[in-house]
Design a protein around this ligand. Structure first.
Ligand SMILES: Cc1cc2nc3c(=O)[nH]c(=O)nc-3n(C[C@H](O)[C@H](O)[C@H](O)COP(=O)(O)OP(=O)(O)OC[C@H]3O[C@@H](n4cnc5c(N)ncnc54)[C@H](O)[C@@H]3O)c2cc1C
Ligand code: SF4
Ligand code: SF4
Ligand code: SF4
Length: 477
């Protein structure tokens, strides 16, 4: 029974850089790895059996390994670079076509996080028999709230609408693809997992053959399961239908709520209030997300996102922007958008880039400084494209130190309060949740980070004029 000299447990996981994708678990030839929840509420692989001799597969496929030979640039070039209809964009990777739009039916559109085009495209691919099934995020009524599932019908695809903003791993779904019958799949996933899948596809022909399309979601970061426990504690319930993007007719597209619907009540927290403050300050965030340089899922055949542009923000129903890197998907999207059930069309690539550029720049401006600090403190830096990031300066290093300190201390606080927040009676759990929010607010002030976000400012306004918390009348405030 030989032991491999190094696997991801001693590198990526021990240094805290796992992004919970689960790809390593799915590809491990000895089933050595199993995804578990760690003490921060993150999903990480744990060693179970033994490593195959001279095996390096987990390190080769992990998006946060520094051993992988390829990055988004080289993989993107291989996947899309030879097609002359693509152009390369430094923020978005390879781009073939760019679209804007959404479903016309208001009831359907209000259920989708953005315009509902991801679900529409999956259904269209299924209808045209371009795929046999799709891997989507199925909602659950209790913690962990979501799991990746194989959807074989349009109905199943439609019931998986929504955005899952906290960690969910793809290990079981990929396992089913690998061990199941020969079929073609589309997988919906985040940029990091898309990279893991592409790296795995390079090494496993079966995965290359069976995953026909990778659909990506633009991503500003996952949150831990402890973060969602904080939110549900604030809302005073531990079961129900969780919707991270509950839209309101009375408010613009950015002003949505996280909602928890039970048989008797609808409870919610407003995005531009407390939730937004915690979210943009990366409370419950993953360290990997801070070291992430790909926001546009550069390795996906098509990437879907919100139209965060002034001209679309006022549309309360939400709108999608899409970057397509695949001829078949471009043609399916063109057909969809020309049909009466959908509205929209083409949009300039610059507009799509502009919709996310703030978040992307924020990350790329500080990544070199984060890497410098990680190298000093941990002796491990994930293999990210530092060459496309802004070079570090004394000022950016100082800011990075502050942010990483806040991030670590906020995580400690969340861990410390977690048990108290998940206990009964619910009113006591809720009281602890509020107390934790107050402590995080004080921590952000101490590190001088409170005023750095638009949402932070809004939160303070919100605190002064309105009652913050859960409403059970279903109408919000
Ligand atoms: C963690 C996270 C961060 C995001 N950050 C941004 C951002 O900063 N800017 C931005 O513009 N957009 C962001 N998005 C994408 C946005 O929230 C929408 O998911 C996207 O615009 C698709 O909207 P839609 O109306 O087409 O969705 P739908 O038609 O409802 O389809 C969404 C599909 O994605 C699947 N899905 C949901 N969550 C996940 C997940 N975590 N992993 C894999 N599949 C999933 C669903 O099962 C469904 O099949 C983020 C999404 C996530 C999950
Ligand atoms: S993929 Fe290989 S190196 Fe990694 S855990 Fe499995 S057997 Fe060990
Ligand atoms: S990031 Fe993904 S591949 Fe890497 S260790 Fe974590 S779960 Fe495994
Ligand atoms: S920010 Fe990057 S690492 Fe974090 S979940 Fe999104 S794609 Fe993955």
């Amino acid at each position: 029974m030989a032991t491999s000299p190094l696997n991801i447990l001693e590198t990526v996981v021990d240094s805290g850089f796992c992004c919970s994708c689960g790809v390593c678990d799915a590809v491990c030839p000895t089933d050595h790895l199993k995804m578990i929840e760690d003490n921060c509420g993150q999903l990480v692989p744990e060693g179970q059996t033994y490593c195959a001799e001279r095996c390096t597969l987990c390190l080769d496929v992990c998006p946060f390994s520094n051993e992988a030979e390829d990055d988004e640039d080289s993989l993107g070039r291989e996947l899309f670079g030879s097609d002359p209809s693509h152009t390369h964009n430094e923020s978005m990777g390879w781009v073939r076509d760019t679209f804007v739009g959404g479903v016309v039916n208001n009831e359907e559109r209000m259920k989708a996080p953005s315009g509902g085009l991801t679900t529409a495209l999956l259904c269209q691919l299924l209808k045209e028999k371009k795929i046999d099934a799709a891997i989507v995020l199925e909602p659950m009524t209790e913690r962990p709230w979501f799991r990746f599932q194989i959807a074989e019908t349009e109905e199943q695809i439609r019931s998986s609408r929504g955005s899952g903003y906290h960690v969910t791993a793809l290990d079981d779904a990929l396992d089913q693809i690998l061990k199941g019958p020969e079929r073609s799949y589309a997988v919906v996933t985040l940029p990091c997992a898309a990279k893991g899948i592409r790296l795995a596809q390079k090494r496993m022909p079966k995965l290359r053959r069976r995953i026909k399309y990778v659909l990506g979601l633009a991503c500003s970061g996952y949150r831990s399961l402890q973060f969602i426990d904080l939110l549900t504690a604030l809302m005073g319930s531990t079961s129900g239908d969780l919707n991270y993007r509950s839209k309101r007719w009375s408010r613009n597209a950015r002003d949505y709520r996280v909602e928890l619907k039970t048989a008797k009540t609808i409870k919610s927290v407003r995005m531009l209030g407390l939730f937004g403050f915690l979210y943009v300050n990366e409370v419950g965030g993953l360290k990997s997300c801070q070291f992430c340089d790909d926001m546009f899922a550069e390795l996906a055949d098509a990437t879907f996102m919100d139209a965060w542009l002034p001209e679309y923000n006022s549309d309360r129903r939400g709108t999608n922007l899409v970057v397509s890197r695949n001829a078949t998907l471009s043609s399916a999207l063109t057909t969809l958008l020309a049909s009466p059930e959908y509205e929209g069309g083409r949009i300039a690539a610059e507009k799509v880039e502009q919709s996310q550029i703030g978040e992307l720049r924020k990350r790329r401006d500080i990544l070199a400084s984060y890497a410098e600090i990680a190298s000093e403190k941990l002796g491990y830096v994930p293999g990210k494209r530092l060459a496309i990031c802004t070079p570090l300066t004394d000022k950016s290093c100082e800011q990075a130190r502050k942010e990483l300190m806040f991030f670590d201390e906020a995580r400690e606080l969340l861990m410390r309060y977690h048990k108290r927040m998940t206990q009964k009676p619910r009113w006591l759990a809720r009281w602890y949740a509020w107390r934790l929010c107050w402590k995080i607010l004080k921590l952000a002030t101490r590190h001088g980070l409170l005023s750095r976000t638009f949402e932070g400012t809004k939160f303070l306004r919100f605190m002064s004029f309105k009652r913050v918390g859960a409403s059970n009348d279903g109408k919000g405030y």
